[in-house]
Design a protein around this ligand. Structure first.
Ligand SMILES: NC(=O)C1=CN([C@@H]2O[C@H](COP(=O)(O)OP(=O)(O)OC[C@H]3O[C@@H](n4cnc5c(N)ncnc54)[C@H](OP(=O)(O)O)[C@@H]3O)[C@@H](O)[C@H]2O)C=CC1
Ligand SMILES: CC(=O)N[C@@H](CCC(=O)OP(=O)(O)O)C(=O)O
Length: 356
């Protein structure tokens, strides 16, 4: 079942990565490619690594240029997707890589983003556990056959995958969650910003969004509520580190009294044993854990997860690594698109990365 696909925001990082993956998808036929200030230029000027599309000319982003495709991928800044999507027919499958359609709570949208709330769409994290589940079936069912998909924020994917087994199994206190992340620069997009200059970025780690104001906070809490915690609070701190891609999310939680490490391990194993793209790393000889690294995920749709118990502190410690542009954006989008179209979930995707 082949499909035609247009990509809006094709000159950007997210749009470019969507194109890289779509070029390897056996059923995708790539149609219109759009941009904003760079309309009129060739894609090869922005993504010289996408040789097959190097000569394709970017056209302005509008409902008219995106019309006539089976699938439209929106890789646009926050606030720009809602208006375009509203003009696309219900028969078109629209995938929003941005935030406009992720939050169900209009109040949270107003607080963290501002401006009109475009409404919420089915949420493109197939592995999201729903309350009472040990493996993610309900979210996959919720994506089957849909024509609108809101792709999660990349940090949100990493933190949710790290913590949700403990929430769903009732093993951790949802009011005592802390996440600290190391983030690659491509997560910030291509637009020029002074703190992203090489002279500022090289050799330095920079925290941002500190103190509860990052817009991924309500999205993480929304996911963990769905996983079974009606009241949930997370302290979330990302840190820019000098790498192009990747997220390493360390998320910790207070362990419910009396819970032993074997019970913790069993909950994470049950959640991810059958997942094609989320891998709980093994405990080595003598119980020494193998730790996720961003390098081991680059270019792949993989999330690597490890979980241990810090018995002295009474906390569960989880570490999750993803490529922000693949599992964190375009790969997760393609995985969800496959489910929406009734294709095999893994089609066109790989868990093998690029290293060193
Ligand atoms: N980078 C990442 O890791 C992730 C990104 N996302 C989301 O994906 C979306 C795109 O991000 P990213 O690719 O990183 O950003 P970039 O800045 O790299 O790209 C933005 C794209 O949107 C276009 N654009 C800019 N302004 C407008 C506008 N006013 N109207 C229409 N199009 C516009 C740009 O076109 P032009 O070049 O012509 O100006 C460009 O194609 C964002 O919503 C982002 O939050 C989600 C998860 C992770
Ligand atoms: C390094 C960096 O700035 N990363 C971005 C991640 C962007 C992302 O996940 O996407 P959305 O903006 O679509 O939510 C951030 O933390 O805000």
């Amino acid at each position: 079942m082949s499909f035609t696909v247009a990509v809006a925001g094709a000159s950007g990082y997210a749009g470019g990565e969507a194109l890289r993956l779509l070029l390897g998808h056996p059923e995708a036929r790539i149609g219109a490619l759009t941009a904003h200030s760079n309309a009129g230029s060739a894609l090869g000027e922005h993504h010289p690594h996408l040789r097959a599309l190097a000569d394709r000319v970017l056209v302005p982003t509008s409902a008219a240029t995106l019309a006539g495709h089976d699938v439209v991928v929106l890789g646009l800044p926050h606030g720009a997707s809602g208006a375009v999507a509203a003009e696309l027919g219900d028969d078109v499958v629209v995938i929003d890589l941005g935030a406009d359609h992720r939050l169900t709570d209009a109040g949270a949208w107003a607080q963290f983003y501002g401006g009109p709330h475009a409404g919420s769409w089915p949420y493109g994290l197939p592995e999201l556990l729903h309350a009472g589940e040990t493996t993610a079936a309900a979210q996959r069912a919720a994506l089957a056959g849909v024509h609108r998909i809101a792709v999660p924020g990349c940090n949100v994917t990493a933190v949710t995958l790290g913590l949700q087994p403990g929430i769903a199994a009732g093993l951790i206190d949802p009011l005592d969650l802390v996440a600290v992340l190391a983030n690659g620069y491509s997560g910030a997009g291509k637009a020029l910003k002074p703190h992203l200059l090489a002279s500022e970025a090289f050799g330095s780690a920079q925290p941002y969004g500190v103190g509860g104001g990052h817009r991924h906070v309500p999205e993480i809490e929304q996911n963990l509520r769905r996983a079974g915690a009606p009241d949930v609070t997370i302290s979330f701190t990302p840190t820019l580190v000098p790498m192009a891609r990747g997220i390493l999310a360390t998320a910790t939680a207070r362990l419910r009294p009396g819970t032993d490490p074997a019970t913790v391990r069993a909950a994470w194993e049950a959640a991810y044993a059958d997942e094609p793209f989320v891998h709980l790393l093994p405990l080595g000889p003598g119980g020494a854990p193998q730790w996720p690294t961003t390098a081991a995920t680059l270019g792949s749709n993989t999330a690597l997860v490890q979980v241990v118990v810090d018995e002295r502190a009474g906390r569960v410690v989880t570490v999750t690594a993803i490529d922000n542009l693949v599992k964190g954006t375009a790969g997760g989008a393609l995985q969800s698109l496959n489910l929406a179209l009734g294709l095999p979930e893994t089609l066109g995707l790989t868990s093998n990365g690029v290293a060193p």
